[in-house]
Design a protein around this ligand. Structure first.
Ligand SMILES: [Zn+2]
Length: 336
């Protein structure tokens, strides 16, 4: 999978980018599609879904896009829909495919996140990317240059291919160096309300789920929920073990939001869905936990458990490569 336009993914070092990024090499056109009552969903994004609410008093955006470049395209697309200012941007969690577009938004936009998400951005995203910027990427480029030089001397057949790889690495490095770290200006613990243009937007944290800092964004007046990565529609989810994910509480949280007065659900990844979509994710996680419990009870090692075939009900789910990681996350959670 060639990814000429996004360093963190192309370098193959950022697991999340590699696992959750889009399947297409070329960036698709970003397009705002109306959901209901001034709320729009962006289509054509590389990673996590982005929605935005247009009101007379300004715009509220949920999540930022996967790269600075994609963030820019989102801001431009919003400007085609409205000339109102982007007043607020709510982050559902810290993962790069939801936060690395932040620098493209106006400096006056108030960025809101659950406190643990702000902490995770500082604790996990920044050191990892600084490490790549200062060490891993320069080392990879130096090694690749050496390889190309050697092949050139030998007039080897695969020279062209390796030269291309060097070019890709260099352009990815340039993009990585352009990344700035932007942090939330407002944080909260369990619940926060934003009032804009006569509407209330509820931002709710229901404890550990996909990560330890997930926000669910509820538009009660529109009966819409932006669920963030508590919901991967039509796909195996990523379980954010490095940031305190908890599948038992994740299931509980999905059941709680299913009891809200909601008709449409924007998932963190995948297409617009509804309450049954939320419950399907809860059912998947429950079945996964039961299956892994069974494997542990049967004395299976982690490596044996990871070879488990997809449960029949989930065949056809996208990103099957996440299944062994899902199994590992739950295995370790249950062994704790
Ligand atoms: Zn995520």
């Amino acid at each position: 999978m060639k990814r000429p336009h996004f360093c963190f993914i192309g370098a193959g070092l950022l697991l999340l980018g590699a696992l959750l990024g889009a399947q297409n090499a070329a960036p698709a056109a970003v397009k705002a599609v109306p959901v209901t009552g001034g709320l729009y969903l962006m289509e054509g994004l590389e990673g996590g879904n982005v929605s935005f609410l247009v009101t007379d008093e300004g715009v509220l955006v949920v999540d930022s896009g996967t790269t600075p470049e994609e963030g820019k395209r989102i801001v431009e697309e919003i400007a085609k829909v409205t000339d109102k200012l982007i007043r607020f941007l709510i982050l559902t969690h810290y993962h790069g495919d939801h936060t690395f577009g932040l620098q493209a938004y106006p400096a006056t936009t108030v960025i809101i996140a659950q406190q643990n998400t702000a902490d995770n951005m500082r604790r996990l995203n920044e050191p990892r990317l600084r490490g790549m910027m200062e060490k891993q990427m320069p080392e990879m480029i130096a090694a690749q240059k050496l390889k190309v030089d050697t092949l050139r001397k030998k007039r080897a057949k695969d020279l062209k291919q390796e030269e291309e790889r060097l070019k890709t690495l260099e352009s990815e490095f340039a993009e990585l160096q352009a990344l700035r770290f932007v942090y939330p200006g407002v944080t909260f613990q369990t619940k926060l309300s934003v009032f804009l243009g006569g509407q209330e937007v509820e931002v709710v944290h229901l404890g550990r789920a996909h990560t330890d800092g997930d926000s669910l964004v509820h538009f009660p007046g529109l009966k819409v929920l932006h669920a963030g990565d508590l919901l991967f529609a039509g796909s195996y989810p990523y379980i954010g073990v490095e940031a305190g994910a908890d599948t038992a509480n994740w299931i509980t949280a999905l059941k709680v939001v299913s009891s809200w007065d909601v008709e449409k659900v924007i998932p963190g990844h995948g297409r617009l869905t509804d309450k049954p979509g939320l419950l399907k994710m809860a059912a998947y996680l429950s079945e996964l936990r039961e299956a892994v419990k069974g494997a542990i009870a049967a004395g299976k090692s982690l490596e044996e458990a990871k070879k488990m075939a997809p449960l029949p009900a989930w065949k056809g789910f996208e990103r099957e490569r996440l299944l062994p990681l899902n199994i590992e996350a739950v295995y370790k959670e249950l062994k704790k």
